[in-house]
Every structure is written in C-alpha cells, then in structure tokens.
Design a protein around this ligand. Structure first.
Ligand SMILES: CC(=O)SCCNC(=O)CCNC(=O)[C@H](O)C(C)(C)COP(=O)(O)OP(=O)(O)OC[C@H]1O[C@@H](n2cnc3c(N)ncnc32)[C@H](O)[C@@H]1OP(=O)(O)O
Ligand SMILES: O=C([O-])CC(=O)C(=O)O
Length: 381
C-alpha cells in the first residue's frame, strides 16, 4: 500500500501489533494468548479467561481463587448506578443503560484518572464484576420485577443467570452461558475494540474508552447483530408446536425473499473470516444443547433454513451472533438484552486492549482524502 492509498473501512489495513488474540481466517482459528478459544470454552471458567486476557497467562489455582473472591465481593449493584438507571426510561435501548452505567462507574471510581498498570487492572476487574448486575437489574425492571441480590456461592456465569431470573439455572444452561461469555470475550481489532484503542491513544481514561466501545458495539453491523438475528426469527414467526421441517421451509422462503430484495441479513458475513467464523461450531453446539434441553426443535428448523438459503444464494456463512441470539432467547433473555450480554463478556477484551495500547502508545490519527469543493471565495468578497 502506498503512503496515500485509501482503504475504505480500513479493510485489510494492519494498524498495530497485539499479543492478546490471533484471528486467523486461513486456518479458521482464534487464539487467546496462544490458546485455541474452543479449548478454553471446553475447560475454563470465564473468570480464568478474563485473567488470561489481562495478564497473558491462565491463573494458578491460588490466583483464580483470589480473583473469584474479588469478583464475588464486587458484584452488588452500585447505588449511584441504580439511581442513574432509574432515571432512564424503561423503553430506551438497554445498550444505552449499559453505556450510562459504565460512565457512572467511571465518574465515581476513586482511581478514575489513575492510568498506572496496577490501577487499570483493578478498574478492569471491578468493571467485569459490576456489569452483570447492571444487565440483570435492567432486564428485571423492564419486566416490573424487583432486583435479585447476587449470591456469593455461585460462580460468575451461574450468578449472572441467578440475578437475572431469580432462580438457579440447570447446569446445562449455566454452561452454555459460560461458553458464550468465553467466545464473545475477545476478537483483535474489531470496531468496538478499535474504538477503545483510539480513545485510549489520546491518553483518556479506561471508563471513557469502554463507554465509547459500547457505542460502537451497539450497531447491527457489529454486536447489535445478535439482537437483530432474533428480530429475524421473530419476523419469520416462532411457532413452538411447528415441526423442524416446516420451520426450515418458512425460514428458507423468508431468506430467499430478503435476498431478492437485496437486504443484508444480520448474523451472516464477517470482515475477516470469509470462510466461516472460528467460534460458530462451538456456539452452535451450545445452541444445540439448549434446543435439546428446552425441547425446541422448531428453532433448529429456523436456524437451518436461513443458513441453507444464504449458503445456496451467496455462500455467506454465519458469524458468532447467529447461534448466540437464539441461545439467549431460549435461556429467557428479552431480545434487546442480547447485546448488553456481549458487553459483559467483551469488557475483558476491551480492557486488555486498553492496557496494551497504553503500554505502547501512539496517537491514532489517520489521514483523509479531501473530496469537497476546491478553495473558493466567500459570497460578496
Ligand atoms: C460479532 C460480530 O460483530 S460479527 C459481525 C456481525 N454483523 C453482522 O452480522 C451484520 C451483517 N453482516 C455484514 O453487514 C457484513 O458481512 C459485515 C459488515 C460484517 C462485513 O462486511 P464487509 O467485509 O465490509 O463486506 P461487505 O459488507 O462489503 O459485503 C461483501 C458482499 O457480501 C454481501 N454481504 C455481506 N454480508 C451480508 C449479509 N449479512 N447479508 C447479505 N449480504 C451480505 C454484501 O452485500 C456485499 O455484496 P456485494 O459485493 O454484492 O455488494
Ligand atoms: O472481528 C470483528 O470484526 C467482529 C467480531 O467478530 C467480534 O468483535 O467478535
């Protein structure tokens, strides 16, 4: 690329190095600090994956136990955050609630303006621990339900579901949720992470960078796609008593019609992976387990029908948001809450990148090619 060549959307441009994750479209693989993501999803608590992303190594048993103690003692919904959320309408988008909550947490953090590595790690851990209560509180207030206090005998994933639904969830459900958290945690220089890095590159603070990242994640071309996938399913119509075959046929017809109208269908395609998203097989397996658990074969029909029709027409593969959306639906989350779940997970990757950017900073400021009017004189001059 010459110095002046323009790359719209920065497609194909390498902006910096990172040691946090490796997205490899050739081998269709994703490594977090060298470990295949599917191996982490098969064996690690989400707390251990967060630690890995921040520090570069999996925690020892003692480190994990200490971090889990910290996480459990920082779970309760902050009173000021609760007040701020209560000022927001119950029909605003839950991503606005998440964005506001992080902003309030930043404004009230005693080390808000301390960007030392120790303070950054402390803030990342506290944010990781605090965010599930924001999602759970917001989900419940929208349903007119009282908040549920965290339980410190449950791990991150089990407690997240407990605070949201007020009932302990079966092991299979907790595990599928944990898997989704591990898979959503990190993906190199995606739009929201890049936003966090741009903000950090001005030497702004961690909570500002995460708040900006949430804004970038909200859009349907990025994290908002998991919500949009469910809107597609809802538009097609979810009929619990329908056979898998009938659901697939209706979904296929819907997709053919959408593509004939040149619509973009969320949950398909990816800027980096052109041959399938490395995380989809693991997330799809978790979805299959949920479909089995809840006895909802018609959901599989909708899933398969859309995927097959897209493959036939355009050979475009599903991305992670495609299996994640129906998984969260089956667990009982409202559709609008899906992208805040992505925030809860990606806080780990964002904050790891914020620390990496700060440790080796250069202001991120690309050039633009001007295509406005030539220099001209003011009228009457
Ligand atoms: C966790 C995540 O954030 S994963 C991404 C989540 N986002 C989505 O699911 C949104 C839907 N997908 C898309 O919009 C795109 O695939 C993106 C934005 C993710 C990546 O796009 P890009 O690499 O910029 O490719 P681009 O959008 O230019 O697509 C290339 C071609 O494939 C088509 N295409 C790509 N994705 C889709 C889709 N989901 N539905 C229909 N057509 C699509 C485009 O229309 C375009 O066709 P054309 O060349 O005939 O104009
Ligand atoms: O990498 C991307 O562009 C989007 C994505 O899949 C992610 O952030 O998980």
């Amino acid at each position: 690329m010459s110095d002046t060549e323009m790359k719209k959307g920065l497609a194909g441009v390498v902006v910096d190095t990172t040691a946090i994750s490796k997205v490899n479209p050739e081998t269709n693989s994703l490594l977090y600090r060298g470990y295949p993501v599917q191996d982490l999803a098969a064996s690690q608590p989400f707390e251990a994956v967060a630690w890995l992303l921040w520090t570069g190594e999996l925690p020892t048993n003692a480190e994990l136990a200490e971090f889990q103690r910290f996480e459990r003692s920082h779970r309760a919904l902050d009173a000021k955050v609760r007040q701020a959320i209560d000022l927001l309408p119950t029909d605003c988008h839950p991503m606005d609630v998440g964005r506001t909550a992080v902003s309030v947490l930043g404004a009230n953090h005693p080390q808000a303006e301390d960007s030392s590595p120790e303070a950054e790690l402390e803030k990342a851990k506290a944010l990781f621990a605090a965010f599930p209560a924001v999602v759970a509180y917001d989900q419940r207030r929208r349903r007119g339900q009282e908040p549920v206090e965290p339980r410190d005998d449950l791990d991150y994933a089990a407690n997240f579901l407990w605070m949201t639904f007020g009932e302990e969830q079966p092991e299979a459900v907790v595990d599928a949720f944990r898997v989704s958290m591990v898979l959503y945690a990190e993906h190199s220089f995606n739009a929201s992470t890049f936003t966090a890095r741009v903000i950090t590159s001005t030497l702004s603070d961690l909570h500002s960078a995460v708040t900006g990242a949430i804004g970038a994640l909200k859009g349907p071309l990025h994290g908002g796609a998991n919500e949009a996938v469910m809107h597609t399913f809802e538009e097609i119509g979810i009929r619990e008593d329908e056979s898998r075959e009938d659901a697939a046929a209706r979904a296929k017809a819907w997709m053919e019609d959408a593509l004939a109208q040149k619509k973009k269908v969320m949950g398909f395609g990816h800027r980096v992976y052109k041959n399938g998203d490395s995380r989809v097989p693991t997330m799809k397996a978790a979805l299959d387990r949920m479909i089995e658990h809840y006895g909802r074969q018609e959901m599989l029909g909708l899933y398969d029908g859309l995927e097959a029709a897209m493959e036939e027409a355009k050979q475009i593969k599903p991305n992670l948001d495609y299996p994640a959306g129906p998984t969260y639906h089956l667990m009982g989350f409202d559709t609008e809450m899906f992208t805040p779940l992505f925030i809860a997970s990606r806080i780990t990757g964002w904050t790891a990148h914020i620390m990496e950017q700060r440790a080796s900073n250069a202001l991120i400021r690309p050039l633009s090619a001007y295509d406005g009017p030539d220099q001209r004189e003011l009228p009457g001059a």
